[in-house]
Design a protein around this ligand. Structure first.
Ligand SMILES: *[C@@H]1O[C@H](CO)[C@@H](O)[C@H](O)[C@H]1NC(C)=O
Ligand SMILES: *[C@@H]1O[C@H](CO)[C@@H](O)[C@H](O)[C@H]1NC(C)=O
Ligand SMILES: *[C@@H]1O[C@H](CO)[C@@H](O)[C@H](O)[C@H]1NC(C)=O
Ligand SMILES: *[C@@H]1O[C@H](CO)[C@@H](O)[C@H](O)[C@H]1NC(C)=O
Ligand SMILES: *[C@@H]1O[C@H](CO)[C@@H](O)[C@H](O)[C@H]1NC(C)=O
Ligand SMILES: *[C@@H]1O[C@H](CO)[C@@H](O)[C@H](O)[C@H]1NC(C)=O
Ligand SMILES: *[C@@H]1O[C@H](CO)[C@@H](O)[C@H](O)[C@H]1NC(C)=O
Ligand SMILES: *[C@@H]1O[C@H](CO)[C@@H](O)[C@H](O)[C@H]1NC(C)=O
Ligand SMILES: *[C@@H]1O[C@H](CO)[C@@H](O)[C@H](O)[C@H]1NC(C)=O
Ligand SMILES: *[C@@H]1O[C@H](CO)[C@@H](O)[C@H](O)[C@H]1NC(C)=O
Ligand SMILES: *[C@@H]1O[C@H](CO)[C@@H](O)[C@H](O)[C@H]1NC(C)=O
Ligand SMILES: *[C@@H]1O[C@H](CO)[C@@H](O)[C@H](O)[C@H]1NC(C)=O
Ligand SMILES: [Cu+2]
Length: 576
């Protein structure tokens, strides 16, 4: 099988993904509108000898790439042909003044119901690189996902060597059963969800699983070339390590922001994160074939899918293609390699040059300290649960509040002045009951349910410290903020020390991302300017933690200027 996407420069740019072919004509300069139609439809797919009727976009798995240039407007008409409610989130797109196009169900919109459609309409401003789109309701993103590829403006080049080809590599999770049944059962019993049966690379589990060797992603390369791999973690519940045997990778971009380049043998990528890396192939045909492998990083207590997906890096041998070459495997860090992860994430720095400056807030108007982690909720009377005990269910929270989604859209309720009874605005800025967050957990681990928002005045400069807790096990949580990129100014282990730690903050070239891991048993600090009015979701991107309530929302008020106000909703915005 050929790799599903190839891309050559610089004239007309042709992108091939599965049966999708997209041509970008260079003479179309700026501000053009790209039209897409995403039909949400059923698709029969067989993996690991199990055939499932999965949910797809346009009958493709993974879904089609959304390709645009920086500065373009994108209009995607999403038509729902399935019986589930659906929404699509354009993960990482800033959605400046277009919050109605963000996509999280019951946050910025009601779901698109069966036989209905909604056109997402947004402009890509100040971003270039790789992001992803995915369903944003329940666990539908298990199969409804695909790449967003933002090319530089047509007269701009990359701030790194021009790649010979560009290849998107999407990591996913394959379930032999319906993922909706998995999450529905977990929420009912209060226990951990059944884990996936395989990880996938571009939808393919690869040769290390039973009944799977024909479903292997093969990256065919030529010697002496530079390839740009657009890595995307679309898995539901696991952060992943990725490595290619005997090849090192150069990180050049993360979450659609350029980084200072650095070399590494292994990448860690959390769900919701994207990382562009350069792969330099060997100068001459090697006498080997190389495995690229991906497996989880996990520090929690529960069960998890501890399997390895692999693809093959294949040098296209012109002379003796049938020669049976040895297959070399990469070595990956141990499953719980927290020190490796801290070391790796610490290497990311914004490019922060004159052309791509890092506009880090130097002064802070509002500081927040949020605990993130697991907890419990009581088992309903006269039932037996499968949570941490038979009288409790698993839950998760921010500052001990497990966020309950309303049955209408938060942003619609806000815009139409109908928030009464839908949400409150008293989300605590610091934990109500402080404890030793990374020490012995408190006896009472019961969370409270609530729908509370944090209100920010337009253009507030915000600092957030996210502190992991050791309740039911210290665990890494990749937190994702909608509508913004934030600068990760600091990270550490143990409890954040407000007297000592800020002195070590990087306010010069911190990495700018939309999703960052709170270290297991540690903390991160990030800053951003609240310059985009609307209601913005923030949640753990491990879907089981989101489902358990590790989510919250910000309400950013209108500014005084004409372009600083939440616009009226489009007429086709779905109704509840
Ligand atoms: C999937 O397979 C089932 C059983 O063979 C068939 O009835 C159905 O029409 C197929 N669906 C699609 C979308 O091809
Ligand atoms: C959706 O449209 C189909 C075809 O017109 C129709 O059979 C079905 O009943 C509709 N379903 C809903 C829920 O409206
Ligand atoms: C998308 O938004 C732009 C700017 O508001 C508007 O001109 C255009 O008509 C919109 N497109 C659709 C399909 O609503
Ligand atoms: C995960 O699998 C590896 C082998 O691939 C094994 O060495 C390790 O013990 C397993 N870890 C857990 C926690 O199950
Ligand atoms: C990682 O797991 C191994 C094997 O289960 C264990 O011996 C080791 O102590 C763990 N390391 C950390 C940092 O937790
Ligand atoms: C962290 O990275 C540096 C530089 O790459 C390396 O020398 C060091 O051994 C690493 N430490 C750990 C704990 O992996
Ligand atoms: C629970 O069981 C007890 C004893 O069988 C019964 O009296 C009570 O009504 C039940 N409560 C609920 C909420 O079903
Ligand atoms: C629940 O757990 C307690 C303590 O482990 C045990 O005594 C009890 O029998 C369990 N109840 C059920 C219904 O399993
Ligand atoms: C919190 O608990 C950790 C682990 O037991 C301990 O090392 C630390 O001293 C405690 N911190 C405080 C402030 O009590
Ligand atoms: C927690 O429970 C233990 C044992 O039941 C008790 O000794 C301790 O005082 C309790 N701690 C708190 C903070 O209530
Ligand atoms: C919070 O909501 C969840 C799901 O609706 C429910 O299972 C749980 O019991 C609730 N917890 C509390 C403390 O009300
Ligand atoms: C779809 O969403 C609507 C509006 O929120 C809701 O009333 C309906 O119950 C949902 N249907 C399904 C199948 O979840
Ligand atoms: Cu989490």
């Amino acid at each position: 099988m050929d790799f599903p996407y190839s891309h050559s420069f610089p004239s007309a740019t042709t992108l091939v993904f599965g049966f999708w072919v997209i041509t970008l004509f260079p003479e179309l300069v700026l501000g053009i509108t790209r039209h897409y139609t995403f039909n949400i439809e059923y698709l029969n797919v067989t993996r690991l000898c199990h055939t499932r009727n999965i949910l797809s976009v346009n009958g493709k798995f993974p879904g089609p790439p959304l390709v645009a240039r920086e500065g373009d407007r994108v209009e995607v008409k999403v038509v729902n042909h399935i019986s589930n409610n659906v929404t699509i989130h354009w993960h990482g797109i800033r959605q400046i003044n277009s919050g109605w196009a963000d996509g999280p169900a019951y946050v910025t919109q009601c779901p698109i119901q069966t036989n209905q459609s909604y056109t997402y309409n947004f402009t890509i401003v100040g971003q270039r690189g790789t992001l992803l789109w995915h369903a944003h309701i329940s666990w539908l993103r298990a199969t409804i996902y695909g790449p967003i590829i933002i090319l530089p403006k047509h007269n701009e080049s990359y701030p790194f060597e021009k790649p010979y080809k560009e290849i998107p590599i999407l990591f996913g999770e394959w379930f032999n059963v319906d993922p909706e049944a998995v999450i529905s059962q977990a929420l009912q019993t209060g226990g951990g969800p059944n884990v996936s049966d395989a990880y996938t690379i571009n939808g393919l589990p690869g040769p290390l699983y039973n009944c799977s060797s024909k479903d292997t992603f093969k990256l065919k390369v030529k010697p002496g070339k530079t390839y740009l791999l657009r890595l995307i973690n679309a898995a539901l519940n696991e952060e992943l390590f990725f490595s290619i045997a005997n090849h090192s990778l150069t990180v050049v971009e993360a979450d659609a922001t350029y980084t200072k380049p650095f070399d590494t043998d292994t990448i860690l990528i959390a769900p919701g994160q994207t990382t562009n890396v350069l792969l330099k192939t060997k100068p001459h045909f090697p006498n080997a074939t190389y495995l690229m492998a991906t497996r989880p990083y996990f520090t929690g207590r529960g069960t998890f899918d501890n399997s390895t997906t692999a693809g093959i890096l294949l040098y296209k041998q012109p002379l003796n293609p049938s020669k049976n070459l040895p297959l070399i495997k990469p070595s990956l860090p141990p499953i719980n390699a927290t020190n490796f992860v801290a070391n790796f994430t610490g290497k990311f720095r914004s490019l922060a040059n004159a052309k791509f400056p890092a506009n880090v807030p130097q002064k802070v108007d509002k500081k927040f300290f949020f605990t993130v982690g697991l907890g419990t909720s009581p088992c309903p009377q006269n039932t037996t649960c499968q949570g941490p005990s038979n009288t409790t269910k698993f839950a998760a929270s921010v500052n001990n509040i497990s966020f309950a989604l309303p049955s209408v859209s938060l942003m619609q309720a806000y815009y139409f002045g109908q928030s009464n009874g839908v949400f409150k605005t008293d989300f605590p800025a610091t934990p109500l009951n402080p404890f030793n967050y990374t020490g012995t957990p408190p006896n009472n681990t019961i969370v409270t349910n609530g729908t509370k928002l944090v209100v920010l005045k337009f253009n507030t400069s915000v600092e957030v410290v996210l502190q992991d807790t050791s309740i039911l096990g210290a665990e890494s949580h990749p937190l994702h903020l909608h509508g913004y990129d934030f600068f990760v100014v600091g990270q550490g282990f143990g409890n954040f020390d407000p007297n000592k730690d800020p002195a070590k903050f990087n306010l010069v070239d911190p990495v700018e991302r939309n999703t960052a891991g709170v270290p297991a048993g540690g903390w991160i600090a990030f800053r951003f300017f609240a310059d985009n009015p609307g209601v913005w979701f923030m949640h753990c991107h491990l879907d089981i933690h989101t489902s358990w309530g590790l989510r919250m929302a910000w309400l950013v008020l209108d500014g005084p200027g004409p372009n600083q106000k939440l616009q009226p909703p489009p007429s086709d915005l779905p109704k509840c």
